[in-house]
Ligand binder design. Structure first.
Ligand SMILES: *Cc1c(COP(=O)(O)O)cnc(C)c1O
Length: 350
């Protein structure tokens, strides 16, 4: 039996249609700009995000890094949330490779930075301070319930950015989840930012790849920076072929993942020993924990879930879990997750 993997949407395999398209992709040398499939993907990603141009890159981390390096440089500062992916989970790339200093701000329970604090975090014109050049935002917000933030938040942020001459970059690894959850077009969100990096490999199921989208000028800089970090790929059309299917057919089904996540959250709330507020689940990420009173660790539960049902549950700490729905998780898998966890906790509590 195949493993049932709830740890992330990054574990999603390419669909049969993607494998077929990859096998038959027309390719060229993308470092020369001659791969027609990559060019088609970049044009489509630019259109879907309402940007002038786009660049296919190896990962979301690379998309963010190239975006950041193209907006700011050595001695500059970027304002960023303390639990943003770009700050916490990208190996410190902006500092290590760009010499860019993060100015870190707290975020609320949905991942928003306080607008007044953003404004006061912009450094004054004074040689004591690094020069603030950039604000980094994220949507959906991965570490806060995968919460889909509304366009109004970004439009307010853009007003501040404009007032101080700053660029606004969005980590849109799950941009389309955020748009679908709000029933809006992704462009209603991205119209307020200067650049956005989207992942094709998560809920959209492509095996590899992200796209950085922005102005022609920004993408020209990012193109150079991609070469600099060794990210120039040759017959990358094999990968882009899957990405085209991501953008043309997989966005419209993301609501199914959200429904499955909602179903999982509702079910979890009924299990004695589980602590969760299903209201917070708006996209495909489900965060929950096990009550302190229950004498079992998340790792022990994870081991038992694997042994009993080949479910990879997504334990993330002493008592905490993050379960993620995606293309390969259906209603049956959600039900099996709930039944298996209920069984384990019932035996522990009794
Ligand atoms: C997954 C993810 C990324 C990029 O991840 P890669 O593994 O480098 O593709 C960036 N930001 C967020 C919020 C993510 O969830």
């Amino acid at each position: 039996m195949d493993r049932i993997d709830f740890r992330s949407d990054t574990v999603s395999w390419p669909t049969p249609e993607m494998r077929e398209a990859m096998a038959n992709a027309v390719v060229g040398d993308d470092v020369y700009g001659e791969d027609p499939t990559v060019n088609e993907l970049e044009a489509l990603a630019a259109e879907k995000t309402g940007m002038e141009a786009a660049l296919f890159v190896a990962s979301g981390t690379m998309g963010n890094l190239l975006g950041i390096l193209s907006h700011a440089g050595r001695g500059d500062a970027a304002i960023v949330g303390k639990d943003a992916h770009t700050y916490r989970y990208e190996a410190g790339g902006m500092a290590v490779l760009g010499g860019i200093m993060p100015t870190v701000l707290p975020t609320d329970e949905f991942g928003r930075m306080d607008l007044e604090r953003v404004e006061t975090a912009v450094s004054p014109q004074d040689p004591h301070f690094p020069i603030t050049r950039l604000i980094l935002v994220e949507n959906s917000y991965g570490s806060k319930h995968g919460y889909p933030l509304p366009p109004s938040y970004f439009s307010d942020m853009k007003t501040i950015a404009d007032r101080h001459g700053l660029a606004l970059h969005m980590d849109g690894a799950r941009l389309f989840n955020a748009a679908v959850a709000q029933g809006i077009d992704a462009r209603q969100i991205t119209q307020h930012v200067d650049s956005v990096s989207i992942c094709l490999s998560k809920g959209l199921c492509a095996p590899v790849g992200s796209v950085l989208c922005g102005s022609k000028e920004l993408i020209a800089k990012a193109h150079r920076n991609r070469k600099l970090v060794g990210g120039g790929m040759r017959q990358a059309g094999i990968l882009a072929a899957a990405g085209l299917i991501s953008l043309t057919t997989m966005v419209d089904r993301l609501h199914e993942d959200h429904e499955h996540a909602h179903m999982l959250a509702q079910g979890l709330a009924q299990i004695p020993g589980v602590v969760i507020d299903p209201q917070n689940v708006k996209t495909n990420l489900v965060f929950f924990h096990i009550s302190e009173a229950v004498d079992i660790t998340a790792v022990e539960i994870g081991d038992q879930m694997r042994e009993k049902a080949n479910i990879w549950a997504g334990d993330t700490g002493q008592k905490s879990f993050r379960a993620v729905t995606h293309y390969w998780i259906g209603e049956d898998e959600v039900q099996l997750y709930l039944d298996t966890l209920r069984h384990i906790l019932e035996r522990t509590i009794l």
